[in-house]
Structure formats: C-alpha cells, structure tokens
Design a protein around this ligand. Structure first.
Ligand SMILES: Cc1ncc(COP(=O)(O)O)c(C=O)c1O
Length: 475
C-alpha cells in the first residue's frame, strides 16, 4: 500500500513538472530546483523528489548533469526514423482472420494484463464521475422517456452534435444527425447503405480493424490504398485505383488515423472531395480522433468542405468521454432518412438514457473542459512512450510521430513475426496489437500498434522494457 502511495506521489510530481515544461514555464536548458528545494516545496521526502526527477529523465524531459543538478532537455529527441509511405500493392480482396481481434480485446480487459493492444483509453483519462452523475440525472429527470420506446435520435443530442461540429467548422442541420451505438455502428450503417455484397471499398493501408470487420460482415472487398504516416491516404494512388477498379465507397480517417496517426491537410481533404466528385464516389469519414490534437487548433473535418453532400461523417464519444456509453453518430443530409431507417431495422434506437446523459455533458461544457486537459495528457503519454521506446527498443525500428490520438505504429525488423510476438508477450501479461490485424495483406506481419493511453506505472515501464527484450531476441 505504502509503495503504491509513493509510486503515485512521485508520478504526480513528475507529471506536474512535465506540464510546466510542455507549457514553456520551464525552458530548455533551464536548471530545475534542487532535490531539497523540491522535496520541501512538495512536502515529500528527498527520495520521492529524486524518483520524480529520475522518472522525468527516463521520459526524456530532463537530463542529469554530474555535480550540477537536473536540467530541462533541449528537445525531447526521438532517434527513431518514421515509417515510409505504405505500399500494399494489392487488388480488391475479401477480409479474413478478423476473429483474432476479439481475443485481443478480451485480453486487454483482464486486470492482470498491461493493455497496450486495444485503442481504448484507460478510465483514468476519462471523466467517469461526470458520466455517472449525468446518467443518474438523465434517468431521474426523464423517467418516462428513458423507460419507454423513443424511436429515432434524441433531439437534445442531435443539437449538441451539430454544435460540436459547428465548433470544428462544419455547419449542419441537427436533423441530419443519426445517433448510433458508437462509431462502429455509424460506419457499418453508412457502408451498408452504399454497397451490396461483392462491391469494392477503398481504405487506408493499414486501417482500423473494426472497419475491416464491417467490410467482412457485409461481404465487401477491401482495396488498400498506400498511405503516408504523416499526410494520410495518397491521392495519387487513390486516383490510380479509381481508374482501375469499380470502387463504390472510400472510407478515410482524415484526422489522426488509427493506426498510422496521419492527418490530412485541408488541401488534401479538398483534393479527396474533388476526386470523389469526378468518380462519383461516396466518402465515409471516421473522425473519432479528430478532437484529440495534442495542442493547437482541431483539424477540420472532411465534412467541412463537402459542398456536394457526399460525406458520411461518423464519430463518437468513445475516445473522449466513455466507450461504455456507446454514443456515436453519422451525419448525412441526403441519406438521413435511409440511415435512420437502417438504424431502426438494426436495433430500433440507441438507449435514451445514454443519449440524454451525453447531451447533458456536452451542453454543460464539461466535455469541452475535459478535452482541454485530455489532449495535453495524451500528448505527454505519447511522448513518454516514444522516450521509452527510444531507450529500450532495438535501434533501426521505425516509429510514427502523431500529433494527435494516442496510438503508435511500429515497424520492426522483418525477422520479427508480430503475431508470434503478441502471443509471447501475452504469456507475460502484455497485450499488443499485431500488424496483421490492420490489413488484408501480409505486409504488416512485422509491425505492431501500441496504445499510449495507459495508466503509467512502474508495471507499465517494466512491461515496455520486457517487450523491447522480446523484440531484440527476435531480431
Ligand atoms: C478509428 C476508429 N473508428 C471507430 C472505432 C469504434 O468506436 P466506437 O467504440 O465508438 O464504436 C474505433 C475504436 O477503437 C476506432 O479506433
């Protein structure tokens, strides 16, 4: 118990100092307060103050200079190169082997497992008390609505989603919002509406495995398009694919894609819309990570530039508020009635109580305030993970440098079979996502995805050190 408490204490102090470094209060090269000063100021033992500084050092924030003290590092240097633009070189093909993803999700839910595999934020990143209170108050205030059938979407939430989108530059009619059970259902409904079995869907390579599962369920064929880890799907490659194949729909994650972390510029977003217009293509935008830029302004949605009403805009509150609420949405003016009907056929409606609770949290401004803190926290978690990889993983691997979201994509030496690595890691209580899950090709058999939104602790750090060893043993 005592250990846990002091673990927590030094982590908290380290976190506070990291925040000051990030916000520029402590400048690169600046000397930090001495151990005695820090321990007096924080009311902790000198050993705890040293532990906090050691942690910051391990995370790459500061450096110890012999006999001089601790200094803010000039730049948190990452020595790893980034992965290059992907080159799936493939034709449209059905999806196989996605059942393995379920095992991964199951594994990451077990308390003894370090969950680096699933892209689910640890509850400590989410405002669970606010969600609990909003659920209780929604149930109390709207007894009748919550216990009966309420077909269609809850209007209060439709309005809040429209407001959220207005803040990111998209003016939409609240009636165009169809509330779904998470973003996954939004993607599924949109795909279902625009395709029939055997149709070809263009997607980023690698892509989110839930999307591959939707493609699989609907009997579609996936056509993977080369994607740059910074700039997103290659428009040149997409154009070539459109010339060659009868693509019905293109699904993209323009902002902080999973797993690459790429973010398309506004220019590219416009280029994508122009291509879609030329080839009469429907676009499905998955913007679930769009509001999670670590600092600065949120990137625009594709929907913002959608003058022809081609984009199905899909998102949810799963990464910012609560995955358990299962509140997501799809926005389309032209297809709103058809989408609402599909939703009705599938499961009548999403529960009113969760929709009303979500609407309350959005309206109260709590979501926005939470986001402000969360974005910084995720940025620091990603930086911390990168620093750990830098120290403990073999040289020569490639690691992405996302500016938002919370996952990293790693290219390991080709000799590493990441599916086998994932099994070996699981035996030791560590869950990671092997590259094969993110593609219909075998191009990513030596890649892994790591989630950084874990609750940092010595256990997590030990797990990362062990993972580095397991990789080195396979190089
Ligand atoms: C890119 C992407 N889209 C959709 C989803 C599914 O989100 P939800 O839990 O809201 O259904 C996820 C969840 O991991 C995701 O990463």
């Amino acid at each position: 118990m005592e250990n846990l408490a002091s673990d927590h204490l030094y982590s908290r102090i380290a976190e506070e100092i990291a925040e000051r470094i990030d916000s520029g209060l402590y400048q690169p090269g600046e000397k930090l307060p001495g151990i005695r000063v820090l321990s007096d100021k924080q009311g902790v033992s000198p050993a705890t103050a040293v532990a906090a500084y050691r942690k910051l050092e391990a995370d790459g924030f500061i450096e110890a200079r012999p006999r001089s003290g601790f200094f803010v590092r000039a730049r948190r240097s990452i020595s790893f190169a980034e992965p290059r633009q992907t080159d799936p070189r493939t034709s449209p093909r059905p999806v196989n082997g996605q059942q393995r993803a379920l095992q991964l999700i199951e594994a990451s839910r077990q308390p003894h497992i370090i969950p680096l595999g699933a892209a689910v934020p640890d509850p400590s990143y989410l405002p669970s008390r606010a969600v609990e209170r909003a659920l209780a108050s929604a149930a109390r205030q709207h007894r009748v609505r919550c216990s009966g059938y309420e077909f269609g979407s809850v209007p209060e939430l439709q309005r809040q989603v429209a407001r959220l989108m207005a803040e990111s530059g998209s003016r939409i009619d609240p009636n165009d919002v169809v509330i779904t059970n998470g973003c996954q259902e939004a993607l599924l409904l949109s795909l279902k509406l625009m395709t029939k079995a055997g149709d070809v869907v263009a997607l980023e390579s690698p892509t989110y495995y839930g999307l591959l599962q939707a493609v699989d369920t609907l009997g579609l064929k996936a056509l993977e398009i080369p994607t740059d880890p910074r700039q997103g799907m290659s428009m040149e490659a997409l154009q070539l694919a459109l010339e060659q194949w009868p693509v019905k729909v293109c699904v993209v994650m323009p902002n902080f894609a999973n797993p690459l972390g790429s973010c398309m510029s506004d220019e590219r977003k416009r280029a994508l819309l122009a291509l879609a217009s030329r080839y009469d293509l429907a676009l499905i935008e998955d913007d679930i990570y769009g509001s999670l830029r670590f600092s600065g302004q949120r990137p625009s949605c594709l929907k913002t530039f959608d003058t022809e009403d081609r984009v199905f805009h899909c998102s949810s509150l799963s990464k910012t508020l609560s995955p358990g609420l299962r509140v997501g949405w799809v926005v389309s003016h032209r297809h709103r009635e058809a989408l609402a009907y599909q939703k009705f056929l599938l499961n009548s409606a999403s529960p009113s109580v969760t929709q009303l609770a979500a609407a309350q949290i959005l309206e109260s401004g709590k979501h926005e305030r939470h986001l402000r803190v969360l974005r910084g926290e995720l940025g620091r978690s990603v930086a911390r993970m990168q620093a750990m990889l830098d120290r403990h993983f073999p040289a020569g691997i490639r690691v992405t440098r996302p500016e938002g979201g919370f996952v990293l994509w790693l290219e390991l030496p080709v000799s590493v079979d990441s599916t086998e690595l994932a099994q070996a890691a699981l035996q030791e209580g560590i869950s990671i996502a092997p590259g094969a899950l993110f593609s219909t090709t075998d191009k990513y058999h030596h890649h892994i995805r790591l989630s950084c939104a874990v609750r940092w602790s010595d256990r997590v750090e030990r797990a990362l050190i062990r993972l580095g060893q397991l990789i080195k043993e396979r190089c």
